[in-house]
Design a protein around this ligand. Sequence first.
Ligand SMILES: C[S@@+](CC[C@H](N)C(=O)[O-])C[C@H]1O[C@@H](n2cnc3c(N)ncnc32)[C@H](O)[C@@H]1O
Length: 212
Amino acid sequence: MPMLTDVRNALAFLRRGEWGELLFRLRVHFGRIDLTYASVRELGLQPERSHDYRHSGGVHLEQLLDGLEITSGDAIVDFGSGKGGALITFAQYPFYRITGVELLPELVAIARRNLKVLKISTVEMVVSDAALFTDLDDYTHFYFYSPFPRGVMAAVMANLKHSITRRPRKTFIIYCNPEFHETVIADSPFAKVQEFRHQRLGLPIYLYSNQP
Ligand SMILES: C[S@@+](CC[C@H](N)C(=O)[O-])C[C@H]1O[C@@H](n2cnc3c(N)ncnc32)[C@H](O)[C@@H]1O
């Protein structure tokens, strides 16, 4: 009974005074935006290269972004952007460039449809393995929500290190569910500067930055 669940969820948000999350969900529901969960198996992905699809957009990601003083000089990449949940939230901020990098063309097609329905035209989508996306010099912010296992994460972080060496600048990593905090990230030029919590997902989000 999805309708009954929807009504129960809506009432729970109202009871908790979570207006922002309720509005985001209504926008998704009535706009027929597809941000539904899909497992690695359903997506036909290899578990050694990828994790499940689940989105992190909405008011809980906004709470973090609101504190970052994003300006029109900033640009962000979402590594493993899926159906575009986080990209939809990034589009509310003055980033001059927003790019989603996603392995699966089917998910990119859904993301493009979602963005079109919402009349968001400021987001670029690239179909690529994140490890092969090396065109990073333009960006100031890098977003990860638990997209892939350690090998891919290490390759992406090596690309990022090359980019900030080639073009020294202050950059930020926003990492939701930071499972490689003590390994891949500890081995990188980035240090944790702040800690948040994504309430809906029940996960920590770490903010990292480098010293150029
Ligand atoms: C947990 S979802 C995150 C979705 C989105 N970033 C968000 O926060 O709303 C992870 C996504 O990473 C994608 N992905 C997995 N492995 C990848 C890879 N090697 N390169 C690019 N994308 C990948 C999956 O297809 C999935 O869409």
